[in-house]
Design a protein around this ligand. Structure first.
Ligand code: XMP
Length: 472
C-alpha cells in the first residue's frame, strides 16, 4: 500500500547556498499556462475569502484572487469587472454623460460608480467637456444641464501616450484626469493621476497586457455554467477556475473539453484532483493548470466524512509529475497552515499555492467580523459546510426563505464553519508568506522556483521532530 505524507511530515534540508541575500531570490511562479505571478500566492475561491476587494489586494501584491462562484452570474461578473477597472494604464471605457443630461443624473452616476469625475461627450462620443464633483457640489437644484457647469477647457492626450509622458502632462497642468482623444476629437480613453500613483505603489502587481489587474473567477460544471463562463470572460476574467470537490470525474473532464472547445484561447484551470491520473486526465482534456487538494483544507471534513483523500504533499508530487511533462502548472490548494508549508508545496512541484484560512482573517475578506473575549475574529467556512450549502440553496432560487430543520438535516456537509483571528491587511499577510518562501528557497540554495524543484531535498521527520520544530 502506498504511503501518503503531508507538510508536517517533512522538512527541507538546508543546502550550501550561493544566495547572499533573500532579496536576490525570485519567487515568480505560474497559475496557468499563460498566467505568470511575481508572487505565487492565490486567494481561495470561497465566499469568506475572495470577492473583488481581496482579488484587488492579491493582484496588487503580485499574486492573484479567484472570485468565488456562489453568486448570481451577474454578481460574479460584476466582481470581476470591479477588479479590472481598479488599476488601469488607460481606462478604455470611462464613464460619460451627455451635455444635455441633468446635474442630478450626473451626480447619481458618480455616486453609483464611486468616481469623482465624468467625461462629457456629444454625439459620436466627441469629447466636449469634463465634469468634476467640484463643478456640481453647490448646485442643490440638480435640474440644470451638465453643459452649464462643465469645464470645456480641455487638456487631452493622443492614443499611444506613455505613462511617464502622461504623468508630465498631469503635473504641468495640475490636473487629475487626462482624456485620450483621437485626431477627430473622439474619446478613446482616460488616464488618471490616481491610477498612475497606484501603479507606482505596486511595482510587482499582476497585470494584463493593458495594465489592468489580473483576476480569476470560479465556475461549476452543472446547469448554466457555460453562460457563467461567457459572462465572466466578457467581464474581463483572465482565467476561469473550474472548481469541483472531486475533479477527476467524467463530468469535469467533459466540462473542460466543452469550455476549451468554445473558448480555445481562454485560460482554464481545473480541479480538484490528488493523483497522477487525475492531473493527467484534466490536462489531456485541455486544462491550462491543475488545482490539487482533496481534503487538506483547514475547514475540510471530506476525509473524515467520506474516508477519501490524499495527504497534500504526496498529492502535489504526484500531480506535478503528470503536469511537468506537459508544461502545465500545478496549484497546491489547501492545508497551508504555516508559511513554511508554501515552500514545501512549491518544492514538491507546485507552481503556485492557494490559500484560504490564512487570508480569511484579513480586512479584505468578505467574511463577517466578530469579537469574542476582546479579540477580533472573522468567520471562515468550508464551501461544503452546512451553512454554506444552505445559503447557496437560497441564493440559487433567488428567494429569501426559511430553512426548515428537515431540510438542514438532509445536508451531508463536508466542511465546517470556523473563526480565524483577525490579521490586518492582506498585503501584510502576503508579505510575510512571500518572505517565508524567499527564506526557504535560500536555505535550499535556490534562486528561482525551477532551481527549487531541482535542488530541494526533503527529509522525513518523526512527530517528535515536528514537536521540536514548534516554538514553545
Ligand atoms: P485552507 O487550508 O487554506 O484551505 O483553509 C482552503 C481550501 O479548502 C478547500 N475547501 C474545502 N474542502 N470541504 C472541503 O473538503 C469544504 O467545505 C471546503 N471549502 C473549501 C478549497 O480547496 C479551498 O481552496
Amino acid at each position: 500500500m502506498k504511503e501518503g505524507i503531508t507538510f508536517s511530515d517533512v522538512l527541507l534540508v538546508p543546502k550550501r547556498s550561493t544566495v547572499s541575500s533573500r532579496k536576490n531570490v525570485d519567487i515568480s511562479g505560474r497559475f496557468s499556462r499563460g498566467i505568470n505571478l511575481k508572487c505565487p500566492i492565490v486567494s481561495a475561491n470561497m465566499d469568506t475569502v475572495t470577492e473583488a476587494e481581496m482579488a484587488i489586494a492579491m493582484a496588487q501584491a503580485g499574486g492573484l484572487g479567484i472570485i468565488h462562484r456562489f453568486l448570481t452570474i451577474e454578481e460574479e461578473a460584476a466582481q470581476v469587472a470591479k477588479v479590472k477597472r481598479t488599476e488601469n494604464v488607460i481606462i478604455e471605457e470611462p464613464y460619460t454623460v451627455s451635455p444635455r443630461d441633468t446635474i442630478a443624473s450626473a451626480r447619481d452616476l458618480m455616486r453609483r460608480k464611486e468616481v469623482g469625475g465624468l467625461l462629457v461627450v456629444a454625439e459620436g462620443r466627441k469629447l466636449v467637456g469634463v465634469l468634476s464633483e467640484r463643478d456640481i457640489q453647490f448646485h442643490e437644484d440638480g435640474s440644470a444641464q451638465v453643459k452649464s457647469v462643465m469645464s470645456s477647457k480641455l487638456v487631452t492626450a493622443r492614443p499611444g501616450i506613455t505613462l511617464d509622458q502622461a504623468q508630465k502632462v498631469l503635473a504641468e497642468h495640475k490636473i487629475e484626469k487626462l482624456p485620450v482623444v483621437d485626431a477627430n476629437g473622439i474619446l478613446r480613453g482616460l488616464i488618471t493621476a490616481k491610477d498612475i500613483k497606484k501603479k507606482k505603489l505596486h511595482p510587482d502587481a499582476s497585470q494584463d497586457a493593458k495594465g489592468r489587474l489580473l483576476v480569476g473567477a470560479a465556475v461549476g460544471v452543472v446547469g448554466d455554467f457555460m453562460d457563467r463562463c461567457a459572462a465572466l470572460l466578457s467581464a474581463g476574467a483572465d482565467v476561469l477556475v473550474l472548481d469541483v470537490a472531486h475533479g477527476h470525474t467524467d463530468h469535469v473532464i467533459e466540462a473542460v473539453e466543452k469550455i476549451k472547445k468554445r473558448w480555445s484561447s481562454a485560460e482554464l484551470v481545473a480541479g480538484n484532483v490528488a493523483t497522477f491520473e487525475g492531473g493527467r486526465d484534466l490536462i489531456e482534456a485541455g486544462a491550462d493548470g491543475v488545482k490539487v487538494g482533496v481534503g487538506p483544507g483547514s475547514i475540510c471534513s471530506t476525509r473524515i466524512v467520506s474516508g477519501a483523500g490524499v495527504p497534500q504533499l504526496t498529492a502535489v508530487m504526484d500531480c506535478a509529475k503528470a503536469a511537468a511533462k506537459r508544461g502545465v502548472p500545478v496549484i497546491a490548494d489547501g492545508g497551508v497552515r504555516d508559511p513554511g508549508d508554501i515552500t514545501k508545496a512549491m518544492a514538491a512541484g507546485a507552481s503556485s499555492v492557494m490559500v484560504g484560512s490564512l487570508l480569511a482573517g484579513t480586512d479584505e475578506s468578505p467574511g463577517l467580523m466578530v469579537v469574542r473575549g476582546g479579540m477580533k475574529y472573522k468567520l471562515y467556512r468550508g464551501m461544503a459546510s452546512l451553512t454554506a450549502t444552505l445559503s447557496r440553496r437560497i441564493t440559487e432560487t433567488g428567494v429569501t426563505r426559511r430553512i426548515e430543520d428537515e431540510e438542514a438535516a438532509e445536508v451531508v456537509a463536508e466542511g465546517v464553519e470556523s473563526m480565524v483571528p483577525f490579521r490586518g491587511r492582506a498585503s501584510e499577510v502576503v508579505h510575510q508568506l512571500a518572505g517565508g518562501l524567499r527564506s526557504g528557497m535560500s536555505y535550499c540554495g535556490a534562486r528561482t522556483i525551477a532551481e527549487l524543484w531541482s535542488k530541494a531535498e526533503f527529509i522525513r521527520i518523526t512527530p517528535a521532530a515536528w514537536a521540536e520544530s514548534l516554538p514553545k
